[in-house]
Design a protein around this ligand. Sequence first.
Ligand SMILES: *Cc1c(COP(=O)(O)O)cnc(C)c1O
Length: 367
Amino acid sequence: MNNNHVTILEINSQAVLHNLSYFKQKLQPETKILVVVKAFGYGSEATEIAKIVQDQVDYFAVAYSSEGITLREAGINTPILVLHPQIKNLKDIVKYRLEPNLYNFKIFDAFLKLADEKPLMNYPVHLKFNTGLNRLGFWHTDIPAIVTGLKGSNNIKVESLFSHLAASEDLNEQEFTVGQINNFAYIVKHIYEHLGYQPMIHILNTSGIINYPKAQFDMVRLGIGLYGFGNDKQETSQLKHTHTLKSIISQIHLIQPGETVGYNRAFVASKPTRSATIPIGHADGISRKLGNKNGFVFINNQPAPIIGNVCMDMIMVDVTKIDCEEGDEVVIFNHQQHVEYMAHKSETIPYEILTALSQRIKRLVKS
Ligand SMILES: *Cc1c(COP(=O)(O)O)cnc(C)c1O
């Protein structure tokens, strides 16, 4: 990674810890916490996030095995659930002591076979059930065959049973969500009856913790909340922003009336205009939808609208009324509300704004 790049994403470790404590106080003292650090820790830096919280959490989750391997290679020893493993990754999963989510018979049988060949003893695995998201997971009708497979093997041990809510942030979908939770409880009951032991159970993500705390069961899976977003104004206002994106002004141009700025001449000056060029573009996660004054940055605490089209590596902003010079600091965002505004203007959600931040942006952890 090039350390000379001036566009920097600062990760505030105190804010991360604050947000973790905020969610902890919503939970029973015995409820375990899994922190989701997939997609580079929601666009930040997964290993750093893991180091900040590892003493206070019980589990980490990643989407893919490669993300788990990165954590292990950085010395993280906390149990790691791989949410979306593939059959070809199972050997690596075992090699790096990662714990696979087994979500269908293809991967369940492949892992049982591997566990038998090794052989492994009581290797921790997790079973995911589909209760309405229709993404990954066994169906409740699969339970008899799962139980038969499990009873024939002491090579693996089911560490947890889990499911995922489809609309936990949307209170208009309360009836559906309660249905998912009840469906999950029914599945758990059947497995408990036939398995002979009781794995942990979990279904809540961030907005699940906020809206359905009674369904916290043995563990919750905290993702976006750790990074400062509660999926609800009131909750977000209690959280601290963890991501600050900064850059500098590379160059300032004085544009005369009739002259234009950027590709396709999309901005046409109607009066003398000062335009500042900033080294961040759509390849870094700044949507082209933010061009043409839909988005803005802050320079010396004043908003500077993006003029013209967003380029791959640069944006130009209007600084006519801002006292600034080349080399001055630019804040792309330093608050959840600004990220929410960018998300709104980009026709997306804060999750995508954060995770779209390119890997060429330097990450810096502030203690
Ligand atoms: C990403 C993910 C989470 C975290 O969701 P947030 O809304 O970010 O809290 C939890 N569980 C699963 C299965 C996920 O894929």
